[in-house]
Design a protein around this ligand. Structure first.
Ligand code: NAP
Length: 239
């Protein structure tokens, strides 16, 4: 394989995904990133990163996206399943759409992209997949039964896939952040900030760049004997 590895990061327009995209670019990868809109794609491209439209809640979008990747002869050897949304509600009030949107984006999206990218990794006989999970998968969260269930599914999927492809030098890991400062956690910061800080031994939210550093390590040759793991990064919120 060539020296320059190609990394695909879903949800690279903002937050953790954008930090990962920049970190991997700085470390010499060819980076491809996705957003749901043309304006998001432009934000990515303005950072010198390949930008693509992908809405994981739409099977048409997934097909169009992958057609484009194949037409451009991209050979993905690093896949970061990062794109994410929340649709919080208590179970008694949760709509079917709030449930299925979360399953589509987090769990089905991870499955669909792994299935396609793995074919490229198998040919290259090398690969890295990092699935972004959440501390919610381990500790649960009131109003996030959909999100916690999807992320727990992602972690179980990670272990199973690691067993399927380990012999081909492909590692599959999950990274489970606690509270990281991004658009997703903006609402929690105001209302629950004091309570949350008490629960986090390090006494602060994490930064997207701190998650990106961990992901960069897991993608590197230094992490060659780590697979099937969920690595927690949460300031001690969950131990
Ligand atoms: P964020 O700032 O809200 O960014 C979300 C990203 O996902 C954006 O790039 C967004 O694209 C993309 N996205 C949204 N809906 C999508 C869809 N239907 N299809 C494809 N992409 C979509 O979120 P974040 O906080 O960085 O979260 C990133 C990941 O970390 C998620 O998987 C999240 O569950 C996980 N996580 C975050 C935290 C935290 O504290 N922030 C904690 C634990 C886990 P657009 O810009 O086009 O909308």
């Amino acid at each position: 394989m060539t020296d320059i590895k190609t990394a695909l990061i879903t949800g690279a327009s903002r937050g953790i995904g954008n930090a990962i995209a920049r970190e991997l670019k700085d470390n010499g990868y060819e980076v491809l990133g996705t957003a749901t809109s043309d304006s998001g794609v432009k934000l990515i491209q303005d950072q010198g990163i390949g930008g693509y439209v992908l809405d994981l809640n739409s099977s048409d979008s997934l097909v169009n996206f992958w057609d484009q990747i194949e037409a451009e002869n991209k050979n993905i050897s690093v896949l970061i399943n990062n794109a994410g949304i929340t649709r919080d509600n208590i179970v008694l009030r949760m709509s079917d759409d709030e449930w299925s949107d979360i399953m589509n984006v987090h769990l089905n999206g991870t499955f669909q992209l792994c299935k396609r990218a793995l074919k490229m990794m198998l040919k290259s006989k090398w690969g890295r997949v990092i699935n972004i999970s959440s501390a919610s998968a381990s500790i649960g969260n009131r109003g996030q039964s959909n999100y916690a269930a999807a992320k727990a599914g992602v972690e179980a999927f990670t272990k199973s896939l690691a067993k399927e492809v380990g012999k081909r030098d492909i590692t599959i890991n999950a990274v489970a952040p606690g509270f990281i400062t991004t658009d997703m956690t903006e609402q929690n910061k105001g209302v629950n900030a004091e309570y949350l800080m008490k629960e986090i031994p390090l006494g602060r939210f994490g930064e997207a760049e701190e998650v990106a550093n961990l992901v960069n390590f897991l993608c590197s040759s230094k992490a060659s004997y780590i697979t099937g793991q969920t690595i927690h990064i949460n300031g001690g919120l969950y131990m």
